[in-house]
Design a protein around this ligand. Structure first.
Ligand code: FAD
Length: 553
């Protein structure tokens, strides 16, 4: 069996290694157009920022180590320029010698990845304007940034890679501005969670230009100017264009393979393209989303690596391993914070018209009596049809990574919110609380789902007419530090004695700092004859972040 693999990084290299582990006799040829195979794309921003010092550490394998360990024929600086499906061969161009030659295959694997989107706007070819996809881009950016620690950087696009670049350029000492067309950073995350990160980025000295699109880049003397729609231009020494990627389908298209609705390569559950002898994986494919049931691409390293394993197994053993789709679990470090997401955010569920409730909780990352705990925010989206967890997001200083992995497992396994309340976790004070933040988030969602508590979100509160009685149940000191306009102040410990100040026939909205005392107050009022009582989700903490953000942007 001879297998040719196009693309030698995440998906391609992992398929190649698994092929060898499963079949000692297969002939495996890996064709990679860049000068490197199996490198750590995910580490590139950190190498540029000087966090990773040793460039060599980016390379997991080299052609010679691949040959020595796995007997894989890895050919770098070699581009597949044509697939001849009838002859079952690929035409390869040696990019050093310009020579072309044919290579036969029994099975072909396509893992060509995705390309950064470059819209047809003026100035994107100017020196100092970069996209970041591979080692060559990294070396070019690294060289350009040398000795420019006081430079001005503009990052266009506040997705995961754009923000990693923003942090790393800041780390080099640059003044960094981030331009984002949407009203928030990180599209997969809900606003109430994203704003916490936004305010942190500003606090660290970054300038955020939200609701702002770039119309082009100009050069005047030795300076770049990023032109913004209806706003003043931003002066820059370096511009990173990071507005997203799109599946690289050149070869698939020219060889007549079927594409899906998003114009990525269409594959079946065995990751087989419309040609049974050609498999495809990674950023170049689209697949049915397990929650939204829509064909979508996933631009993440984890799924690409896992797909590599599945494709290799299906080639060696026949189609047995099924790919089940990715739910989009992702995480990013933003200075002192970590923000992570899994499944589908509420805003996207709303667009897809999936009935759901949202719970927003802010819990300590570990027992507060043990030093060093920090507030962690978790937002869940839960199906109102069957109580299944559909999406989860978390942000905080500590422990976000482990919480999102627990939540991702729940989303992926189709766990109900009831099951999530039962999830057992390891607890000792330095790590968690007897009720872990994941359990707390689930308890609140369960109370909402079963009607034991009613909640209103910060944006619903803003839209609500003034006929409700809005009650702040926090302490006097908390109230005086800041409160929602028109709120009546009745601290929770005085609520029972001062209940006559409230009209039981009118709706009451209660709030505290994070939602817990609000919930206790809601329960007191409900059990004392108030029928329409609502607790502000996430309390004043969520409300003030969102309100402040609306005032800034
Ligand atoms: P790639 O790994 O991109 O490999 C495709 C390869 O195919 C390329 O090297 C390309 O040169 C080669 N190729 C294309 N066409 C041809 C051809 N015709 N002939 C020969 N070779 C060809 N994901 C995460 O989950 N977490 C992260 O933290 C993260 N950080 C990232 C940071 C950066 C800067 C980048 C660029 C990506 C990051 N990703 C991250 C995304 C992740 O790297 C990709 O999802 C993953 O690499 C996709 O694997 P792939 O095999 O489909 O494509």
């Amino acid at each position: 069996m001879k297998v040719v693999i196009i693309g030698g990084v995440a998906g391609g290299a992992s398929a190649a290694a698994r092929l060898r582990r499963m079949d000692e006799n297969a002939e495996i040829v890996l064709i990679e157009k860049s000068a490197y195979i199996s490198y750590a794309n995910c580490g590139l921003p950190y190498y540029i920022g000087g966090v990773i010092h040793d460039r060599q550490k980016l390379f997991v394998q080299t052609p010679s180590s691949f040959r020595q360990r796995f007997q894989i024929d890895a050919r770098i600086s070699s581009e597949v320029i044509r697939i001849d499906r009838d002859r079952k061969s690929v035409l390869i161009k040696n990019l050093n010698s310009e020579e072309t030659y044919e290579e036969h295959y029994d099975k072909l694997i396509l893992s060509p990845g995705a390309e950064p989107i470059r819209p047809p706007l003026p100035g994107l070819q100017l020196p100092g304007v970069f996209t970041l996809r591979n080692v060559a881009d990294t070396d070019a950016i690294k060289k350009f940034t040398e000795g420019k620690s006081n430079a001005k950087a503009v990052v266009i696009g506040a997705g995961f890679i754009g923000l990693e670049m923003a942090e790393n350029l800041h780390h080099l000492g640059m003044h960094v501005s981030v331009v984002e067309m949407a009203s928030q950073i990180l599209a997969p995350v809900d606003f109430a969670i994203a704003v916490i990160a936004q305010q942190h980025l500003r606090h660290k000295g970054l300038d955020l230009y939200l609701n702002t699109s770039m119309t082009g880049i100009r050069q005047e003397d030795s300076h770049l100017f990023v032109d913004l729609k209806e706003k003043e231009s931003l002066e820059a020494d370096i511009v990173i264009l990071s507005i997203g990627v799109r599946a690289d389908t050149q070869l698939a298209q020219s060889s007549g393979l079927e594409l899906g609705p998003t114009k990525a390569i269409k594959v079946n559950e065995y990751l087989q393209t419309s040609d049974p002898d050609i498999y495809a994986l990674g950023d170049a494919i689209e697949f049915d989303h397990p929650i939204l049931h829509k064909s979508m691409p996933t631009y993440l390293a984890g799924p690409a690596n896992k797909q590599g394993r599945i494709v290799a197994d299906n080639i060696i053993f026949g189609n047995q391993s099924k790919y089940k789709g990715a739910i989009g679990t992702a995480i990013v470090k933003l200075f002192d914070l970590t923000i992570a997401t899994s499944g589908v955010a509420s805003k996207h569920l709303k667009i897809a018209q999936v009935p759901h409730i949202v719970s927003t909780t802010h819990s300590a990352s570990h027992a507060t009596y043990y030093p060093g705990s920090h507030l962690m925010s978790i937002q869940l989206a839960v199906s109102q049809l069957d109580g299944r967890l559909l999406g989860a997001q978390a942000i905080g200083v500590q422990g976000v990574d482990k919480r999102i992995d627990v939540l991702a497992t729940a989303v992926q396994r189709g766990a109900s919110i009831e099951e999530l309340t039962e999830f057992e976790h390891a607890y000792a004070p330095p790590y968690s609380s007897a009720k872990d933040p994941v359990n707390m988030a689930a308890f609140v969602a369960q109370n909402r789902l079963t009607g034991k508590s009613k909640a209103i979100t910060w944006d619903e509160l803003k839209l609500r007419p003034n006929e409700s009685q809005l009650v702040d149940v926090r302490t006097r000191a908390e109230f005086e530090k800041g409160h929602i306009p028109q709120a009546l102040h009745i601290p929770i410990d005085e609520l029972r004695d001062r209940i006559s100040e409230l009209d039981p026939n009118k709706p009451v909205i209660v709030y505290c700092q994070v939602g817990l005392r609000g919930y206790l107050s809601e329960r007191i009022l409900r059990q004392r004859g108030f029928t329409d009582v609502i607790n502000l989700a996430g309390g004043y903490y969520s409300w003030s972040f969102c309100d402040k953000e609306l005032q800034i942007t």
